[in-house]
Design a binder for this molecule. Sequence first.
Ligand code: GLU
Length: 416
Amino acid sequence: MAGSQYEQVLARLREASEILKLDPGIFKILAEPERTLEVALPVQMDDGRIEVFMGYRCQHSTARGPAKGGVRFALDVCMDEVKALASWMTWKCAVVGIPYGGGKGGVCVDPTKLSKNELARLTKRYVYAIQSIIGPEKDIPAPDMGTNAEVMGWFYDAYSVLTNTFSPGVVTGKPIPIGGSLGRREATGRGVMVSARELLARVGKSAEGMTCAVQGFGNVGSVAAEIAYQMGMKVVGVSDVTGGLYNPAGLNIPALVRYADEHRVIEGYSEPGASKISNAELLELDVEMLIPAALQGQITEANAANIKAKYIVEGANGPTTAGADKILEAKGVICVPDILANAGGVTCSYFEWVQNLQHFYWSEEEVNTRLDAIMSKAFKEVWDFAKEHNLSLRTGAYMLSINRVSEAIKMRGIFP
Ligand code: GLU
């Protein structure tokens, strides 16, 4: 599998660049990340043992601003994955027009196997190892899979101590009392549903009673499911790592969210009419809208033909492979791509950073209003561009964002 995830990104970059007739020199720049850093992180475990974890940070592009993107703690983290995720951040920030480039980082670790103290030491050692390339004006990490606000709090503290500065703007997704933004936790799921709402408005469909399935019940999926429920959708299926639940009459999402908040997983939840399904079955449910909000590589050439949803709104990064795209397109499925649909998280991270730099904090309502405005404007731009050129929303979103990054590179010129 080595090389495969970055290859997926390159396939899309290549396709959009060909249609754009992009300058081959600019393509060469965009095809290679600007900087990668691999670090070995020794950590003293609670029992006195020393473990060494491998850490990574990749800055794909800083043409439009400092690199921006999350830190992932998971066992499959490797440089190839980090590179793919970093370049998606470049396109994501460009598509919503926020002044950042793209970056991503991670540590190859199963965070559930570490104590809180071990996790804090690992995080701080990671910050120490990458401190020279990050900073509020250079590269601003954030949460991703396996990390959360608490980890970002340690991150912020370690950087500030190491540099002897007050630097809340070095990382976003922090706890609210130490410079986090109201609305940040919900922002990705909220943005997914702004995209869904804008899509339905354009295809002339009402959310009321529309059937929907959500894969993933973490930060993104649970919030998306809750908002879908509030919009009147019938959320008939949800799943997480422990498996899925299906209720043709519609699941009681508020009850499920309360359960998941308490138990961290949906396993063990039951309600009348609900039955267990697998993650694979969830994707193939007979629903109108599918929201993959878990891992990458879920909709592939192997199952794309069985997908029954007419609309896919991608909450995860890279849930659909390039091969699956072709099959879905031929079936007439409309897919709102990840780089647009899940950009609400990084958009709110931008708000957090702006608030940190100004030391002036906004109300949750202000955050949500601004988020909605940026997401709906980006949706409109992608939709109009794709319609005008008769392209899929994904290709349209890539073309728009590649254009923006390429413009920035040309305007700045090649150094020296
Ligand atoms: N990890 C999130 C993403 O993939 C958020 C990144 C950020 O806020 O910088 O979009």
